[in-house]
Ligand binder design. Structure first.
Ligand SMILES: [Zn+2]
Length: 146
């Protein structure tokens, strides 16, 4: 009996340490991850699975990826011809947008047009991995200084 009580006390100690650790990590790990399995009555209901990962760890669904964007400071030569903004004559300092299967060029002045000589494959070859995601296009432009 004595032995059994000691073991229980140790289990409680383990549980307490785990609970403290869990509390410390709560802000760092996805909600629900590492929840004590020995308390099934507190388990998250299956309906909560959508909240399993914090937003920054979720793989964006196709709907959320409105588009990708990268700055392109140097002149952009397409088929031997330099891309020039038809409205203001800008030929460098572009933003290149990849969205909905089309590539857009946006000049420093904010003029935009579809560039049919470029495609998504070209964009993916020339862009690095995305360093950030933005809730809105405007956030993205602000981040890139436009
Ligand atoms: Zn322009």
């Amino acid at each position: 009996m004595f032995h059994r009580i000691r073991r229980r006390a140790r289990e409680r100690e383990d549980q307490r340490e785990f609970t403290e650790l869990h509390a410390r990590l709560q802000d760092q790990v996805p909600h629900g991850f590492g929840a004590p399995a020995i308390e099934p009555e507190h388990a998250e209901p299956a309906a909560m699975v959508d909240d399993f990962l914090p937003p920054e760890l979720r793989v964006p669904s196709h709907d959320q990826v409105e588009g990708k964007i990268m700055p392109w400071k140097q002149p952009l030569v397409l088929d031997g011809e330099m891309a020039v903004c038809a409205e203001c004559g800008a030929y460098r300092d572009w933003l290149i947008l990849s969205t909905c299967g089309a590539i857009w060029l946006r000049c420093r002045a904010g003029h935009q047009r579809v560039e049919t000589r470029l495609d998504t494959a070209w964009y993916n070859r020339n862009s690095g991995p995305a360093d950030a995601t933005y809730a809105t296009f405007e956030d993205c432009l602000r981040h890139l200084g436009h």
